[in-house]
Design a protein around this ligand. Structure first.
Ligand code: HEM
Length: 161
């Protein structure tokens, strides 16, 4: 290979690397919020992973055994319920700004067909709300917690078909 050809190839490789890095950098930048929220996340303020797990372990059995809702949770093995429990912990942890990644099925198809009504949602929120009170979550965080669920999940959970 001549010296000229080798120099030419080196320049081409360098230019390709620069272009690839710039493109990846701009894709990454687009995925970040324009202005990161100031101060600690809701996740950090309510007590992190330990709190989210404790909350789900307290509220989930109450949701599953509530007279209005228990029809939805019949016929699930203990193993399936434990799997659901873990996925719910992951989804909430992520929604509150924690370092978790929800890798379960997308929320909409997962709940579609279960015929969950807005009255079911209201009962569900009532159970969550009293659990937050019981676990002594301060009112600002309590409200932010419930608003996040409303904003992030309600539309995907209620059956609109
Ligand atoms: C904050 C709102 C909610 C979140 C984040 C959520 C999240 C989840 C997750 C992660 C799963 C397990 C996914 C899987 O097995 O692949 C699940 C399953 C399920 N959820 Fe929800 N859910 C919410 C609200 C509700 C409500 C209000 C109800 C009914 C009252 C409900 C009923 C169910 C049922 C019955 C399953 C089992 C579905 C199946 O195995 O096919 N969910 N949910």
């Amino acid at each position: 290979m001549t010296l000229h050809l080798r120099k030419f190839l080196t320049v081409v490789v360098q230019a390709t690397l620069v272009l690839a890095c710039t493109t990846m950098g701009s894709v990454w930048a687009q995925q970040q919020p324009a202005t990161p929220p100031a101060g600690p996340t809701l996740y950090a303020r309510i007590g992190g992973y330990d709190f989210v797990a404790r909350f789900v372990d307290t509220a989930f059995p109450r949701v599953a055994s509530h007279p209005q809702l228990h029809r939805l949770f019949q016929g699930h093995s203990q193993d399936s319920l434990m799997r659901q429990r873990q996925l719910i912990v992951d989804a909430l942890c992520q929604a509150f700004g924690g370092p978790c990644l929800y890798i379960g099925r997308p929320m909409k198809p997962l709940h579609t067909g279960l015929k969950i009504t807005s009255a079911d949602w209201t009962t569900f929120v009532g159970i969550l709300s009293s659990t937050l009170d019981e676990l002594k979550v301060p009112s600002t965080e309590r409200q932010e917690f419930l608003n996040t669920l409303e904003r992030r999940f309600k539309v995907d959970v209620i059956d609109t078909l």
